[in-house]
Design a protein around this ligand. Structure first.
Ligand code: NAD
Ligand code: ZN
Ligand code: ZN
Length: 403
């Protein structure tokens, strides 16, 4: 690219930024950006803030300035459960995958993004071309999948480094960094007036839980639902059940501090399994005269997945698993399925990421979806370990980190 073209692009970038009235330092085409990132050097150890280098985007890649990122249970699990509930993945790693930001520069052959665009990076791509993208039955695009699992981009390397040492990228995103580079199929453009410190939550937890109810379970009007686990994913599932018009929405959690929030999102009653001698599924079957129509598991434990399945009604009950575990198995009584129940899993709530996330942003802007109510804490990047502690101790629903 010659200097004139570069200047034109930078001018365009900066005029776009004025349009969006967002702050971003001058687009730095083709240069390495030095910035702060929280680095996970090894599993089980807290993150440390380092000065990292973020390389320019390569072909079909976009470099973005991350403005805000949520801290999701999955970030915690990859750090503290690696090799246990989660498969081992390469370290050192820059975590974070629930974010919103602004395009800083684009690599060759990128046609859908320009510097200054407000965007949400996506841990689940939508390439629009693969067999799965062409099918209305699934959102599970497999573009760059193997590389993403290995923490690298399509060319087999990461764009983030520390003193020339490669830092692996997380699920193709790595939002615990002031800048990151993502594939152009793992990014979606959103409206200019969306507040990035709120809509970042649509990058994972809220979309997942909400979609688990409305898209994967397809909760029906006047139905009965039970939501297991009332973190951000579970509360978003409760909200989905309410938006779908469910008559009875039972929140289940071992931490009763979550119940007040659950009622805000639409729970009609809440149960602490520890208050009952009987198994929670028996309590629910009794309470509902035969079981709920829909059960949504938002904890990530096979024991609770079973309880959720067994709490659904014979003949038509549907259980959706949103909680995450990669190494454990479920031990299902076959008869539960034979009697007409359905068991499903959901990945990112079933949403086709690139096309659906901007619609969810619209729903928030039009007050159909709540987001502000999920945010219990606002912290800065250097307080990232505090955000993990708050999540793990059950004191937070979502902490939003500003970068
Ligand atoms: P979180 O830690 O905020 O919430 C989990 C909740 O489960 C907490 O309120 C906790 O008290 C409750 N809980 C723990 N043990 C319980 C039990 N025995 N019975 C009832 N409740 C119990 O987590 P989150 O960010 O809401 O994420 C929830 C799960 O969803 C995690 O496993 C996460 O990895 C997964 N997740 C999946 C996807 C997906 O695409 N499927 C996306 C995002 C997150
Ligand atoms: Zn997540
Ligand atoms: Zn695809």
């Amino acid at each position: 690219m010659n200097a004139d073209t570069d200047n034109d692009i930078i001018k365009h970038a900066n005029s776009r930024l004025d349009e969006c009235s967002m702050e971003l330092h001058k687009a730095q085409l083709n240069t390495v950006i030095k910035c702060k990132a929280a680095v996970a050097w090894e599993p089980g150890k807290p993150l440390t803030i380092q000065d990292v280098d973020v390389a320019p985007p390569k072909v079909h890649e976009v470099r973005i300035k991350i403005v805000a990122t949520g801290v999701c249970h999955t970030d915690w699990e990859y750090l503290y459960e690696s090799g246990k509930g989660m498969k081992s993945r390469p370290f050192p790693l820059v975590l974070g995958h629930e974010a919103a930001g602004i395009v800083e520069s684009v690599g060759p052959e990128v046609t859908k993004f320009s510097p200054g665009d407000k965007v949400i990076p996506l841990f689940l791509p939508q390439c629009g071309e693969c067999e799965r993208c062409r099918s209305p039955k699934t959102n599970q695009c497999r573009k760059n999948w193997a590389n993403m699992q290995l923490g690298v981009m399509a060319d087999g390397t990461s764009r983030i480094s520390y003193k020339n040492q490669q830092l692996y990228q997380f699920l193709g995103v790595s939002s615990f960094s002031q800048y990151t580079v993502v594939p152009d199929t793992s990014l979606t453009k959103i409206r200019c007036d969306a507040p990035l410190d709120k809509v970042c939550l649509l990058g994972c937890g809220v979309s997942t839980g909400y979609g688990a109810a409305v898209k994967t379970a397809k909760v029906e009007k006047d139905s009965s639902c039970a939501v297991f686990g009332l973190g951000a994913v579970g509360l978003a599932a409760v909200m989905g059940c309410q938006v779908a018009g469910a008559k009875r929405i039972i929140g289940v959690d071992i931490n009763p501090d979550k119940f007040e929030k659950a009622r805000v999102f639409g729970a009609t009653e809440c149960i602490n399994p520890r208050d009952h001698e009987k198994a929670i599924q028996e309590v629910l079957v009794e309470k509902t005269g035969g079981g709920v129509d829909y059960a949504l598991e938002c904890v990530g434990s096979p024991v609770i997945m079973n309880a959720a399945l067994e709490s659904t009604a014979e003949a038509w009950g549907t259980c959706v698993i949103a909680g995450w575990t990669e190494t454990e198995t479920m031990n299902i009584m076959v008869e539960k399925i034979l009697m007409g129940r359905t068991l499903k899993g959901t990945y990112f709530g079933g949403w086709k990421s690139v096309e659906d996330v901007p619609k969810l942003v619209d729903d928030y802007m039009n007050k159909k979806l709540k987001l502000d109510e999920f945010i219990t804490h606002n912290l800065t990047l250097d307080q990232i370990n505090v955000a993990f502690d708050l999540l793990k101790s059950g004191k937070s629903i979502r902490t939003v980190i500003s970068l």
